[in-house]
Design a protein around this ligand. Structure first.
Ligand code: AMP
Length: 180
């Protein structure tokens, strides 16, 4: 299953909650990359600057990261992806990876939240090195690169829209309902 939504939509929090309810791993590519940076690994060194600017890490590098992660044993009973795919090329890569594993996507949930609420939340949870410029850049990249995936998955008949502008519990309940 894939969770789509703009930065500040509560995707990360909801991914954790839903994954716990469904007993599958929540796989956040953003968390994986931040962990790599914190560890000072070779991967971390390659992505640190790109991440700090609010831009996207290259599709090729992300393909390696996701392929390795989805091949792990804990993904055998299903998984919830948070933050991947984010570009048209990544949707294709994900389909290829899933094909190789003999799996397919069951659901894509789109968490929708009004723009002004996104900016408000982004400023609240601002990380140390986030300037308002970087926050705006993330939203811009989201709109250009990731938002088109909503239509893509809608056409594929996989998309469920959930109103993310509610309490955390209400959103979790609505997501569970959407995939029932
Ligand atoms: P996130 O926590 O999901 O907002 O991710 C933080 C940052 O990690 C993003 O701003 C990107 O620089 C990078 N990142 C995470 N996931 C991806 C992805 N699927 N494709 C490219 N870059 C990513």
């Amino acid at each position: 299953m894939v969770l789509l939504g703009p930065p500040g939509s509560g995707k990360g929090t909801q991914a954790e909650r839903l994954a716990a309810k469904l007993s599958v791993p929540a796989i956040s590519t953003g968390e994986m990359l931040r962990a790599a940076v914190a560890q000072g690994s070779a991967l971390g060194a390659r992505v640190e600057g790109v991440m700090a600017s609010g831009q996207l890490v290259s599709d090729e590098l992300m393909a390696e990261v996701v392929q390795d992660r989805l091949a792990k044993d804990d993904c055998k009973g299903g998984f919830l992806l948070d933050g991947y795919p984010r570009t048209a090329a990544q949707t294709q890569t994900l389909d290829d990876i899933l094909d190789d594993l003999g799996e397919r996507l069951d659901h894509v949930i789109y968490l929708s939240v009004p723009e002004e609420e996104l900016v408000r939340r982004a400023l609240l949870r601002q990380r140390d090195d986030d300037t308002e410029e970087v926050i705006q850049e993330r939203l811009r990249v989201y709109r250009n690169e990731t938002e088109p995936l909503v239509a893509h998955y809608e056409q594929a008949g996989l998309l469920r829209r959930v109103d993310g502008d509610r309490s955390m519990d209400e959103v979790t309940a609505a997501m569970l309902e959407a995939i029932r």
